[in-house]
Design a protein around this ligand. Sequence first.
Ligand SMILES: C[S@@+](CC[C@H](N)C(=O)[O-])C[C@H]1O[C@@H](n2cnc3c(N)ncnc32)[C@H](O)[C@@H]1O
Length: 255
Amino acid sequence: MAAMAAKLIGVGVGPGDPDLLTTRAVRTLRAADRVVAPSVAVDAVGRAESVVRQAVPDVRIERLVFDMSGEHSYTDSAAALLPWLDDGEVVAFVTLGDPNVYSTFSSLAAAVVAQRPGLAVETVPGIMAFQDLAARSGTVVLDGSESLALVTALDGAGAVAEAAADPARAVVVYKGGRHLPAVAKALADAGRLDGAVVGELLGLPGQRVGPVAEAADQPATYLATVIVPPANRPPIFSTAPAAVEKMGEGPGGST
Ligand SMILES: C[S@@+](CC[C@H](N)C(=O)[O-])C[C@H]1O[C@@H](n2cnc3c(N)ncnc32)[C@H](O)[C@@H]1O
């Protein structure tokens, strides 16, 4: 049984820019007994750790290795946290973007709770990559009664084509970097390529922001996000096209 004060907190650190870490996230990281970051190896600094190092350099960070090459065992990752939680520690796990949207935190927390039923679990929201991209590209994602489909394209553009069929719906595509050419084709087939923007490595070294039409001749990296605004909406900001940088450094890029 975990000690009374023990708590696991998933802390969203935003997409990459250290100044997109919220004040609540900073406060939570400073107050935690232990801050843990996912990493591919004990000697590799992960993206979330890098954000925290820049934003809150005084916080000590432990690495939790996630082997993403094969079947990752969340049970094993969870087991690594148990000694600290059993000692009554507040353990903060940092994750890119928001901890409740496509985050390793939900699987990790479920595996911890399976081994320590009743353990307190909380999350601190983080700014998501698509919000950062909307700001950097001057894209109004939704207005009035428009709706949004957030889809993934890890295995291809099927879900993108389906979501893009409704012209009144905005579409955000996560995990689609590898299939960017197929995503662009699905959008062109649906008449939705105009206004679609892609942001790659937002707030991180190598950041690129620009129209999908100009970037889709080759795959992007895993950390790429696409926004497709609702079709036929007149531009709200007259400066919007100029605000879309042609695959250059984004405004406020701090890396
Ligand atoms: C595992 S999901 C993490 C989502 C994250 N929890 C969020 O709330 O934004 C990974 C996907 O998030 C998007 N993403 C996260 N960080 C990003 C960044 N810095 N630049 C561009 N896309 C990013 C990409 O679509 C990437 O494939």
